[in-house]
Write a protein that binds this ligand. Structure first.
Ligand code: MN
Length: 204
């Protein structure tokens, strides 16, 4: 399946005359796959966690945001695949449009796929996600280290909504700061808070 097919749901939900979100046409990026975590002040304030898999960003909405404390299990609900350029998107989606509200780029960087099978052999990362358990090491400005995404509900083709958990692996609690406060956190891209992005929009 190519990016055009994968992005059909994303594009179908948006009117690109009204929103400044990207419609998606970048072919690919560097050798390391990318990740981005955005704060999205929409109907509910949440974080969006996106991992590049081939030519799209696989996406989960994380109500409480990622935590660097291995004891925290963060609910992650899958959303539609986003285009690669979305990692740059920071600004205001107009009210009344899909996802209307303010978006800021909280963290981003590259990741190393670490998924392996029960015998410890590496497996294809996209395939591990399809099977419902993927591990990876993040190299962001804020997030570092190994994380796991694990599906615990849905995904068996029975129409039940999928639910996943994002959990930090290993390390110890003393090093963890928990989740960021989305109202105080600053964009890794522009240094702005959510309210500054809301006031200024996409302009920098
Ligand atoms: Mn969102």
């Amino acid at each position: 399946m190519g990016a055009d097919e994968r992005l059909r749901e994303y594009r179908g939900k948006r009117d690109f005359v009204r929103t400044r979100e990207p419609s998606g046409h970048r072919a690919s990026s560097g050798p390391q796959p990318r990740f981005v975590v955005q704060i999205h002040d929409a109907s509910t304030l949440h974080f969006d966690f996106r991992l590049q898999v081939d030519d799209v960003l696989k996406s989960w909405s994380i109500p409480k945001g990622p935590s660097d404390d291995p004891h925290d299990k963060r609910l992650a609900v899958p959303t539609e695949d986003h285009p690669l350029e979305y990692e740059d998107f920071e600004g205001v989606i107009p009210k009344g449009e899909y996802g209307g509200g303010t978006v800021s780029v909280w963290d981003r960087g590259t990741y190393e796929p670490l998924s392996h099978d029960r015998k410890g052999r590496p497996v294809d990362f996209a395939e591990s996600l399809e099977r419902g358990h993927a591990t990876f090491r993040l190299h962001g400005s804020k997030l570092h280290g190994e994380y796991a995404l694990t599906r615990f509900r849905g995904g068996r083709g029975d129409g039940e909504e999928e639910a996943w958990l994002l959990v930090k692996k290993g390390g110890n609690r003393a090093n963890g700061h928990g989740s960021p406060d989305p109202r105080r956190a600053r964009s890794v891209r522009t240094g702005r808070t959510l309210s500054q992005v809301a006031a200024e929009g996409g302009e920098e």
